[in-house]
Design a protein. Sequence first.
Length: 339
Amino acid sequence: MNVNELNSVANGMLGNGKGILAADESSPTIKKRFDSIDAESTEENRRRYREMLFATAGVADYIGGVILFDETIRQNTTDGVLFPQYLSDRGMIPGIKVDKGAKALAGFPGETVTEGLDGLRERLEEYADLGAKFAKWRAVIHIGDGIPSDYCISANAHALARYAALCQEAGIVPIVEPEVLMDGDHSIERCEEVTVATLDVVFAEQKAHRVALEGIVLKPNMVISGTAAANRAGPQEVAEATLRCLKATVPAEVPGIAFLSGGQTAEEATEHLGLMNQMGELPWELSFSYGRALQAPALDAWRGDEANFAAGQEALFKRARLNSLARLGKYEVAMESAA
């Protein structure tokens, strides 16, 4: 796949008011989600839950791509259609999470580096055969006393670049996800400082590894106060700080930015995205790649009960539609009660 084809896939995921559904929770993470609704995390329940999301009528009008977990990309619909094929048939591009998780960074207490580069070339070939058109790799940057270190940022940026280069070699669009976590009592100013520093190094490494920026999607955090901060910044301040950070760091060649929701409520993530898209022309598509902020209302409505299948789909459809409106700069908070 050449750069034009990679760019076409990236735009297919984020163009026309669409965003990405992150349905790539690892087995431990989805177990926690299921525990919260008293549902057992069996393979069949996980399969049925994902099928509920993917089969939602009309959701493809708002969702351009879906990130899958290794288990899910190999599963079928009730009618026996492989999920990647099912998504493609409905106009949603299938993707795959390929990292092996954030592990403790030796010698750097409180910091992590994401693993999964060993054997990645071969795994990408297999995932391409299974129908994946894009992939995702998440790096995790913690803010705390004396952290992040320059080395932690550098190690994670280096891994993100090696991953992205391997993806493009395999004809797969890499989603580059450096997440500066909300956990902590830091100010929005500290978050902005760390996010700018992280993105600067991320793009320096992408260029050093000869990654074609026209064929990637950036999945960053929003610039936001720590969850335990004494005086948390309001929505307008979050939107302004985030755009200021992105304009200072993200090259114009990048076709799209799809935010992670990272601990925000579903409504907060939508409001912040909407405000940013009301602030004038931007050099890249500004969209969403939400997991919990799209799924939480659907999970709560479903509760592991087949009788609630339609209710779960209605909840997902509402959030997807509202985020699409935010993506187009047409969202207003009053739509939450009207939707």
